[in-house]
Design a protein around this ligand. Structure first.
Ligand code: ARG
Length: 268
């Protein structure tokens, strides 16, 4: 019996030595890692007002929006600094997957495909998909058949790109990197429509009276619930973020973020 106890103690001692020597204890949770780092790195693509976009503050370009205020709230609640990592949308989720970012907050819709690769927080906002068109075309595009052979722009890497390629394949789907590029091509007639989130379309319409939402409407599917992406099996980090989201949804705080975002001028 004595021999057994001695070897178990030795085994435990060697395991804890290995864990400590790695600089982080083996059992450190995703939340503890962020707290130890002291910084929450959030990947986003600031071309999507009112969620995340650029504006001028004291002559300096700044990334603002309702999602940025949500990110700041989370960093504050975790007691760490916030670092916003801006990039093209089709790199946002990769940044979480390769560990360069802790979270992705970018007007992200939950989808079955994404859920296979990432954990998602509870939803914090719900939008639908709409077609942004030139005002003169709004009533002409009332059915999917009306999209036959039309150039339809979507943002690369989005759920709208996936949906368009699966369900609107009678149109010519054009995947563009930046939402601003898509809107410029719509305004100059290079494309006839853009499939995007309804809240963002409304923002562009408020800045561009020549644009409108087409009569063709789409079901507000479950996958258009907005949520935060984080690595798979994020455990206590997801639990903590879900708590914060429950609070801000219950209190209506996210809606106040949207109201404040609407006061900023979008800088492309
Ligand atoms: N909701 C869509 C998605 O999750 C589009 C998001 C685009 N976001 C952005 N910041 N450009 O794929």
């Amino acid at each position: 019996m004595k021999k057994f106890l001695v070897s178990t103690a030795a085994l435990f001692a060697s395991l804890s030595l290995v864990a400590c020597s790695s600089g982080q204890s083996a059992e450190q949770s995703p939340l503890d890692k962020i707290k130890e780092k002291g910084t929450l790195v959030v990947a986003t693509s600031p071309d999507y007002a009112p969620f995340e976009f650029q504006t001028l503050v004291d002559g300096e370009n700044k990334v603002v929006g309702s999602d940025i205020m949500l990110a700041q709230k989370i960093a504050d609640e975790l007691g760490v600094e916030l670092e916003i990592s801006s990039m093209n949308f089709d790199n946002v989720l990769n940044s979480v997957q390769n560990g360069k970012a802790d979270l992705a907050i970018a007007g992200l819709s939950v989808s079955p495909e994404r859920l296979e690769v990432f954990d998602f927080s509870e939803p914090y906002y719900q939008v639908g998909n709409v077609l942004l068109v030139q005002k003169a075309d709004a009533e002409k595009i009332a059915t999917v058949a009306d999209l036959d052979q039309l150039d339809l722009a979507v943002q690369k890497g989005t759920t709208q790109e996936t949906y368009a390629r699966e369900s609107l394949s009678n149109a010519n789907i054009i995947s563009l990197t930046l939402m601003g590029e898509a809107v410029n091509e719509l305004k100059n007639g290079q494309v006839k429509a853009i499939l995007l989130d309804s809240a963002v379309a409304e923002g562009y319409i408020s800045q561009n009276p020549d644009l409108a939402i087409a009569a063709l409407s789409f079901e507000a599917e479950e996958e258009n619930a907005k949520a935060i992406a984080m690595p798979k099996d994020s455990g206590d980090l997801k639990t903590e973020i879900d708590k914060i989201i429950a609070e801000i949804v219950e209190s209506g705080e996210y809606n106040t973020y949207l109201e404040e975002a609407a006061t900023y001028t979008v800088v492309e």
